[in-house]
Design a protein around this ligand. Structure first.
Ligand code: KIV
Ligand code: NA
Length: 262
């Protein structure tokens, strides 16, 4: 079916049917997620933790995001591909934001970028939007702020988070991720802005939801936030499959006659 566009994604605001977003970092995962019918695939800088093994997202580089975005785009036929701008690639100036967001579109092939922040990144968002780079915002627990927050904690400063959401809407973003805030605050934000809100750890009242691929599939044990629901246990399935392979190789039952060239 036809690719999902930015205007279509934005127009889903307030519809009964919620928007669905899942992350992916490579072509095979993107194909699976796209075939399952998600509205958007996020190439998240969460790849710093679930792919690279870092304790947070801060070490992720723009070049890595461009590379992983290009892999995901190759595996995606329908979903809107949104790529994260990593830490310190847009906070310095609006000019820096446009230049680096441009790389995610021109070299990576993304349709849009995502930036954390709010009032503090509104100018960068507006500059990208003026340059025809669609932007998704991200408020609440912004993981790139981990050192200021002193850890990954539920964010409860309602007035500031609401002001950030309004600033992102005003700056021209087409959607907004709300991460790890109380459900009633996420509901207030969703009612206050004209763009779709995509929740993660933000309760059921957002216009859509996002989950990290490795969390949804039970592939990641590093940490397990309360808001994660595992829809499969592919970590355990993977261990069992590899154990079975090792056992058969050791016993000499793999490869069998059907795997041989005569
Ligand atoms: O990097 C990421 O995966 C994200 C989502 C959790 C929203 O930013
Ligand atoms: Na992210």
């Amino acid at each position: 079916s036809r690719p999902v566009t930015v205007p279509e994604f934005r127009a889903a605001k307030g519809r009964a049917e919620k928007l669905t977003v899942v992350t992916a970092y490579d072509c095979t995962a993107a194909k699976l997620v796209d075939a399952a019918g998600v509205d958007a695939i996020l190439v998240g800088d969460s790849l710093g933790t679930v792919v690279q093994g870092h304790p947070n997202t801060l070490p992720v580089t723009l070049a890595q995001m461009v590379y992983h975005t290009s892999l995901v785009v190759r595996g995606t036929a329908r979903a809107l591909v949104v790529a994260d701008l990593p830490f310190l690639t847009y906070q310095v100036s609006p000019r820096q934001a446009v230049k680096n967001a441009g790389k995610l579109l021109k070299q990576g092939g993304a349709a849009a970028v995502k930036m954390e922040g709010g009032e503090r990144t509104a100018e960068a968002i507006a500059a990208c939007v003026r340059a025809d780079v669609p932007v998704m915002g991200h408020v609440g627990l912004t993981p790139q702020s981990v050192n200021r927050f002193g850890g990954f904690k539920v964010q409860r400063d309602a007035e500031h988070i609401l002001a950030d959401a309004r600033a992102i809407e005003q700056a021209g973003a087409f959607a907004l991720v709300i991460e790890c805030v109380p459900s009633d605050l996420a509901a207030r934000i969703t009612a206050a802005v004209s763009i779709p809100t995509i929740g993660i750890g933000a309760g059921p009242h957002c216009d859509g939801q996002v989950l990290v691929y490795h969390d949804l599939l039970g592939l990641f044990d590093g940490f397990r936030p309360k808001f994660v629901k595992r829809y499969a246990e592919l970590g355990e399935a993977t261990r069992a499959a590899v154990r079975a392979y090792c056992a058969e190789v050791r016993k000499g039952t793999f490869p069998g006659p059907e795997h041989e060239f005569k």
